[in-house]
Write a protein that binds this ligand. Structure first.
Ligand code: KE4
Length: 428
């Protein structure tokens, strides 16, 4: 397996792009080694610029639920492109995709399209603040909602203190209005509400976490958050950027029957093109300009090519009656194979899975929040990652990410992944 062309491209790219990548996780910083530059993809497979092929367990970090370069998605984008790529005016496709999303989220009456998950969550928070007139928000340690300033915030020194920036360039004053609670710990949320009973505009969370690796909510956590938000007049914002249309057609909200005030989407609703969205009850969303006073805008929002890819993908979801059963069965088989492979190699792992989102943690303890996720052995993960990569399986290049399967992953693909993973466990 030569990686000469990838290495040359990586070298050159670093002279013009920070780290040679347009999103940090792609640089292999947490697993070491040099990233593979991809040239093409089809179905469950990726090919790098040196011609090496991989079974893909990233799926572009979630969007590719039907696999890469699906004929119907390509045809829809090509057809749209023939009529122009962007108008800066409303189009029919925006209405069509809006209906396709809202048909699966009965609790939502309005939706606004943007270009990324970051824009979606940033805008949803602004709506919550505009609708309540309050400044503070609560997020959870280990939850990632994109790179808006207010969300690049870590817990302050004491549980009761306000947030501190988790990135350079975020003003301390901005971070101060973000409070950080512990995932699956309702008491940590209650304490924040009791300290600021009339100042918290919203609670935002990943309903199933993908960004500290996969972590599920406990039975009572989501319902408890709903009750606390209702009691204190805060909005409950469910970030379905990763879980929307991934865990069910109605996402985690359908799966866990959550009554959300605002919802954020991304990834799958764009079918691999840049689409984010936020939405919710009309009473909240009608605060958004031009109807209301909460401003939000975007040159390429509702872009016709992106809408076409999203429409084709959501229509495929509608037509593919066994989609979630197949994803569940295939990923359950992968989970079982990984468990057996680790056990046979004498490696202690904790495998967290919800539907077709899965993470392997190298620890003997359950992983249910940021602290327990932080105690896993990421050095061993890095070695296992490269053992997989060298055997043609492209796993997420960070232990704090979810791996994803698609409808294009065959049973043969899964067995190949299990064999590669088992051999990689043995090498540790
Ligand atoms: P984007 O701005 O990257 O489209 O979406 C931000 C976002 C919001 N909410 C959730 C739950 C998310 O997972 C994300 C982005 N996910 C990461 C992967 N975990 C994107 C990959 C990357 O940053 O390169």
């Amino acid at each position: 397996m030569t990686t000469r062309l990838s290495e040359e491209l990586f070298q050159k790219s670093q002279s013009v792009i920070p780290g040679g990548v347009n999103s940090p996780v792609r640089a292999f910083g947490s697993v070491g080694g040099k990233p593979r530059f991809m040239a093409k993809a089809k179905g469950s497979k990726l090919w790098d610029v040196d011609g090496n092929d991989y079974i893909d367990a990233i799926g572009s970090w979630g969007p590719m639920i039907f696999g890469h370069a699906h004929e119907q998605v390509l045809a829809a984008v090509t057809e749209a492109a023939r009529d122009g790529t962007s108008f800066g005016a409303p189009t029919a496709r925006e209405y069509e995709l809006a209906c396709l999303v809202l048909d699966n989220y009965p609790g939502c009456e309005r939706i606004r399209f943007v270009n990324s998950g970051t824009e979606a969550t940033m805008s949803a928070l602004r709506v919550a603040r505009g609708a309540t007139g309050r400044d503070f928000i609560i997020k959870f340690a280990g939850n990632y909602h994109g790179h808006a300033d207010a969300l690049l915030v870590a817990a302050g020194s004491g549980a009761m203190t306000t947030g501190v920036p988790s990135s350079a360039g975020v003003p301390a004053d901005t971070a101060k209005t973000t409070l950080v609670a512990n995932y699956n710990d309702l008491d940590s949320v209650k304490a924040l509400f009791e300290a600021k009973p009339a100042e918290i505009a919203a609670v935002i969370l990943e309903p199933v976490v993908g960004n500290m690796g996969v972590v599920s909510p406990t039975e009572t956590f989501l319902q408890g958050l709903r009750e606390l938000c209702s009691e204190y007049g805060a909005l409950l914002i469910i970030d379905e950027v990763m879980t929307g249309f991934r865990l069910a057609a109605g996402g985690a909200i359908e799966r866990f029957k959550i009554d959300a005030d605002l919802v954020c989407w991304g990834k799958i609703i764009g079918g691999g093109l840049p689409v984010g969205a936020y939405g919710g009850k009309a009473s909240y969303m009608d605060n958004v300009s031009p109807v209301g006073k909460v401003y939000q805008a975007g040159t390429l929002s509702g872009n016709p090519l992106a809408m076409a890819a999203g429409i084709a993908t959501l229509k495929l979801i509608k037509e593919t009656k066994d989609l979630y059963d197949v994803l569940e069965a295939r990923t359950a088989r992968l989970e079982q194979g990984l468990k057996e492979g680790a056990q046979a190699a004498g490696i202690t792992t904790q495998i967290n899975r919800v539907g077709s989102m899965i993470t392997v943690f190298f620890t003997g303890q359950p992983v249910f929040d940021f602290v327990s996720a932080s105690q896993t052995d990421t050095q061993i993960f890095a070695r296992w990652f490269h053992g997989l990569l060298d055997r043609g399986v492209y796993w997420p290049a960070s232990n704090y990410e979810a791996a994803f399967l698609s409808y294009a992953h065959t049973e043969t693909d899964i067995e190949t992944m299990v064999r590669a993973a088992s051999a990689a466990f043995k090498e540790l």
